[in-house]
Design a protein around this ligand. Sequence first.
Ligand code: NAP
Length: 259
Amino acid sequence: MDLGIHGKRALVCAGSKGLGLGCAEALAAAGVDLVLNARGADALDSAAAQLRSDHGVNVRTVACDVTTPEGQEQVIEAAQGVDILVTNAGGPPPGMWSDWDRDDFIKALDANMLTPITFMKALLPGMMDKGWGRVVNITSQSVRAPIAVLGLSNAARTGLTGYVAGTARQVAPKGVTINNLLPGIHATDRADALDGGVAAQQGISLDEARASRAETIPARRYGTRQEFGAACAFLCSQHAGFIVGQNILLDGGATNLTM
Ligand code: NAP
């Protein structure tokens, strides 16, 4: 399917690996030029080089922490005038409800709620002026059904979801859509970190932890970054202009819901 976005320009935050990289790859395959961000310059440069050589698109890299004001300023400067925004950042650490103090909550809210809001506030006006734009926020299945050990993530991402629900309806008249993609478990470094924690806690191997998690998923496997990226690129396509303010689960059926 031709996504109809060849020649457009996208900012993909936290995109040198994992789900962000999956989005960058799928957008590049559709002919979209990229501003790509991550903290580590080496992985970022090698992801950018691969995208250029695989898809012939322009890729500008900005190596910085996207959750800091200085990082946000650099990325926003590089991304002025983009047509597409994919927000993403690392997820907060797991723990118990009683572990977290105010600073932990502020960090999580900064990374997973206020950072995407900052990018939307900075880049939506340019999209609205052009009468076309797409925003996809990478959130989590924890927005639909809580993951108890990820209380910081549950809280911050639900706050972002509330903001998007209203904002998406305010910008839709200008041809701009905002939607959230809610990953369940996907085979990335983040999943390895979570499974590593389970393995250490239960005294089992990483493979055993993975296998036992996969058994709980109706699809009986982890998602891939390519599947995730394809869904993102579709939401950014010309065909998705009537999808507004939605929260789309990509979880192999793991979240047990009728609707
Ligand atoms: P990942 O494989 O660990 O990749 C994270 C990417 O983000 C890397 O490119 C990393 O590069 C970059 N990054 C992290 N923090 C950053 C920051 N502060 N500023 C700029 N770049 C940053 O993670 P993932 O699995 O793709 O997860 C992406 C998001 O989805 C996370 O918020 C995660 O919690 C959420 N999620 C993931 C899953 C899953 O199963 N994978 C499920 C639900 C939710 P650098 O380290 O070099 O910065």
